[in-house]
Design a protein around this ligand. Sequence first.
Ligand SMILES: Nc1nc2c(ncn2[C@@H]2O[C@H](COP(=O)(O)OP(=O)(O)O)[C@@H](O)[C@H]2O)c(=O)[nH]1
Ligand SMILES: [Mg+2]
Length: 285
Amino acid sequence: MSTEGIQGEVRDLKAKLQNYQAGSIEGLNSFKDAREGEMEGMQIKVAVFGMTGVGKSSLVNTIWKVLYGKESAPAIEQASGGEGTQILEEFHSRSASDSELGGFVFSDTRGFNFDFNNAEENELFRVLYGIESSGQHLERGEWAEEMAKEAGQAAHRLKKPPLADQVHVALWVIKGNDIRFENDQYIGKFAFVQQKLNREGVTIVTAVTHFDKLKSKNKNEVRRKAMEVTGSSRGNTFLFANWLPDEEDYDVQNQLEVLRMLKTALACGERSVKSRQVLRKLDKK
Ligand SMILES: Nc1nc2c(ncn2[C@@H]2O[C@H](COP(=O)(O)OP(=O)(O)O)[C@@H](O)[C@H]2O)c(=O)[nH]1
Ligand SMILES: [Mg+2]
């Protein structure tokens, strides 16, 4: 694509996504099984998953900076080697007017260790069902084990909140130059999460960060591997470098990839809402 072509698409996507309203990609009148007024208050919930240090918080900041300007970076990035985000934080998109809610919310989770004991499994479901509220600590101590024991093997049957509060799409972040990723060790561990998310009707969109650290000959190989790990299709897999705090500018190719990823994630979220509305209706019958 020509530079003008890229810039034009970036402009269009930005305009569309800055004041995004839930349902606007699929078309509001296609949500035939929505309850009266349900779509007006709907926000597409995007949960950001991935190991500690892969660039989850940086990714949230990158999206906000691209959409709302480079002074807008809501998430706290960790210094290298740190403990990682301890709290589940939510970031709400903006809307055209103060009287409306923005159309999407990002939940920046603490990194999973992929060491799926009961507590971590339970935590995954609490995040997915929106039971874990913003600002709450994600505990992994005895208390979490206790919670998990109570839920027993039926963690997936924890009482579910309304559809609007559940996670609608997962953004799985992988560090492109991560040695664990390169070593194929990821795959087996990831299968568990993939299966759980699939069962909940949550599509996984894959974000490969640290694109700037990859040798150009490896890029296709990294994409292929990422798709193998997360099960995302090619169209749902994105590679880019995050917009880091010490960088004045952010090149247009990265902007385009990030905006396409956001639009794809929101479209997947909308379809998940729609299909769960259909299921809800069938359940009633
Ligand atoms: N070179 C490079 N560094 C990155 C990229 N994304 C994140 N980082 C750095 O990686 C470290 C961890 O990032 P952070 O967003 O806090 O990871 P999180 O633990 O997954 O939230 C920070 O020092 C970031 O500046 C990227 O795409 N390229
Ligand atoms: Mg973080």
